[in-house]
Design a protein around this ligand. Structure first.
Ligand SMILES: Nc1ncnc2c1ncn2[C@@H]1O[C@H](COP(=O)(O)OP(=O)(O)O)[C@@H](O)[C@H]1O
Ligand SMILES: [Mg+2]
Length: 238
């Protein structure tokens, strides 16, 4: 077995010293697509923010490629190869698609290299190519979500963390979104996917963790979780 690219051991995290995540442990192997699922308020985003260095854990250890990153800040985790695409897109509304993308590579100095990555993203997301010079605010919800992911990829991350990419999208677009995430993973990017849309996320993931009130309550292969009577009843309305 290879070593995990990311591991959380007994991570507690919260706000102003008050924990809302209580001892989460999880692992992501290189090349994996792992889903963290659960209801609204379960602590999914708080866990992602702890990994990304936006909100350091109150307790516990986070390792990335074997190195303790528990106390690093967001720009440092980004430099190590972790890219977090937060809930709610956070695009620069008045900047163009191209400009938004270029900002995703702000740690890269070479203009030629940024251009290379930009071209790669416009190829991976053809819908963005047609809109390259439009401002982000003129894009549809689905297009904005794609732009947010593409921007997250501009730093050439080893680990891409996607938080609720399906939020507010029509069912057909959710399906398209999931296909895109699979395509990114197949290109060799390890993906940690956070979703309230439990079934849709588990259908594309290799493994999953179910979070409930700040704790991992189920884990297993995505298929095992999809087959679980208990999980189907609780999260898939069946
Ligand atoms: N900035 C914040 N300040 C205080 N509490 C917060 C903040 N953000 C989230 N919380 C609380 O932390 C808990 C977990 O939230 P969150 O991690 O956003 O859950 P999820 O992403 O699973 O919906 C919730 O009870 C939420 O109200
Ligand atoms: Mg959230």
């Amino acid at each position: 077995m290879p070593d995990p690219i990311l591991s959380l051991l007994d991570v507690h995290a919260g706000y102003d010293g008050v924990p809302v995540v209580f001892g989460v442990s999880l692992e992501v192997m290189p090349g994996e697509l792992v889903a963290v699922v659960g209801a609204n308020g379960a602590g999914k985003s708080t866990t992602m923010r702890a990994i990304a260095g936006l909100n350091n854990p109150l307790q516990g250890t986070i390792r990335f490629e074997g190195r303790d990153i528990s106390r690093l800040r967001a720009h440092q985790t980004l430099a190590l190869g972790i890219s977090y695409v937060p809930e709610g897109r956070r695009l620069f509304a008045k900047l163009s698609v191209e400009e938004n993308l270029s900002l995703g590579a702000y740690t890269e100095k070479s203009a030629a290299e940024i251009k290379r990555r930009l071209d790669e993203m416009l190829e991976l997301f053809p819908i963005l190519r047609d809109r390259a010079r439009q401002t982000a605010e003129t894009l549809s919800g689905g297009e904005q979500q794609m732009l947010a992911i593409a921007r997250g990829l501009m730093s050439r991350p080893k680990l891409l963390m996607l938080d609720e990419m399906s939020l507010g999208l029509m069912p057909t677009l959710v399906e398209k979104m999931m296909e895109t995430i699979v395509a990114i993973n197949r290109r060799g990017v390890t993906v940690l996917l956070v979703e309230q849309m439990v079934q849709e996320a588990l259908e594309i993931a290799h493994r999953g963790y179910v979070l409930q009130t700040g704790r991992v309550v189920h884990t297993g292969s995505a298929q095992e979780l999809l087959d679980s009577e208990e999980i189907r009843r609780a999260y898939m309305g069946m």
